[in-house]
Design a protein around this ligand. Structure first.
Ligand code: NCD
Length: 337
């Protein structure tokens, strides 16, 4: 049973464990296409409306790439300033219009709840690519897919795991969605490391508590963290009232090889939704970790394409037709391992 057929993807709260298992098994099947060993044109003729009203590199491009890799076409709108939203058009009207031009829509917008509002006017499925500080469900799925793969390679699994989340946990939508998604598993330990003003919102802590998991909140990166995953984040400066306010927190929790060795286990997997802020006063994830085999950040970005391909295939109901539309790849395909 495909419970995602024709559905919007607005929040991780709509998923259960079975749906996640199904999404991940379809994502696994996407690997030969993403690696260009084969190609499939199962979505030939379908159109993705890719609407990004907030800055984005990997989410926007990986949605588009995922759709292209299934043989579909991508039509993009970027920036509120260049759309009719700048003329006062409502999200409902924009959705009503653009859904007439697309088979499915991916959308990012700076306001919490905006993608939900947009979906009310849409005649086609809408996938949330991030709505303000609220949610980022596809990032949470790709993070979870990555965590599962990384832990499996260490002979462990999601149930019983310990994750340390670091940085701006108040405004970071990726940690909100990922925390809620992890609550579907058993006996998860959360260590939430952030400045006191940027702690995880109560609404997310309530979900963690109600699901029976344990969390510890701290504002210092002191001592030994017995974490399987260390999930670093950027100070979400665009969500602060002023740059000066954001600057107070920039660079507070840096991670480099030396700090990592001091506080984490030799196998702790290092993740970050990216972009990492590489400016000297921030530098939350130092380049000296690039050679560390536990740095999974670019495995996360590669996995994002697989997971978004799986979502498109399931929402549009072609997950069992990939092979029927399969072709050889005649060009030189570089190994991207
Ligand atoms: C994140 C986002 O936009 O929420 N990035 C992403 O989608 N990969 C995190 C961030 O911008 O810091």
């Amino acid at each position: 049973m495909n419970s995602l057929l024709g559905q919007h993807i607005l929040s991780v709260e709509q998923f259960d464990r079975d749906t996640i298992t199904h999404i991940f098994s379809v994502a696994d099947q996407m690997l030969p296409y993403a690696k260009r060993e084969k190609r499939t044109t199962v979505l030939n003729g379908a159109i993705l409306g890719n609407l990004f009203f907030e800055p984005s590199t990997r989410t926007r491009v990986s949605f588009g790439t995922a759709f292209n890799l299934l043989g579909g076409f991508v039509r993009e709108t970027t920036g509120i300033g260049t759309s009719a939203l700048a003329k006062g058009e409502s999200l409902y009207d924009t959705a009503r219009v653009l859904s007439g031009y697309s088979d499915i829509i991916a959308m990012r917008h700076p306001d919490s709840g905006s993608v939900n509002e947009f979906s009310n006017g849409s005649r086609v499925p809408v996938v949330n690519g991030g709505d303000g500080a609220n949610e980022h469900p596809t990032q949470a799925l790709l993070d979870l897919y990555t965590i599962r793969k990384e832990l499996n390679s260490h002979d462990s699994d999601l149930d019983g795991m310990h994750i340390a989340m670091i940085g701006d946990l108040r405004h970071g939508r990726t940690v909100h969605s990922l925390s809620k998604l992890l609550c579907l598993f058993k006996n998860i330990h959360f260590t939430l490391i952030s400045p006191a003003e940027l702690t995880m919102p109560d609404s997310v802590l309530d979900v963690i508590t109600n699901a029976g998991h344990q969390f510890r909140i701290t504002d210092s990166l002191e001592g030994q963290f017995d974490a399987d995953i260390c999930y670093q984040t950027r100070i979400q400066e665009e969500r602060f009232p002023s740059q000066e306010e954001a600057n107070k927190y920039r660079g507070k929790f840096r991670l480099d090889q030396e700090i990592y060795t001091r506080h984490f286990k030799s196998k702790t997997v290092i993740m970050h939704p990216l972009p990492r802020d590489s400016r000297a006063d921030a530098n939350e994830l130092d380049n000296d970790l690039n050679a560390n085999p536990n740095l999974a950040i670019f495995r996360q970005t590669d996995n994002g394409v697989l997971v978004r391909m799986a979502l498109f295939a399931l929402i549009l109901g072609v997950e069992n037709k990939l092979k029927q539309y399969e072709h050889n790849v005649p060009w030189y395909a570089a190994h991207k391992d």
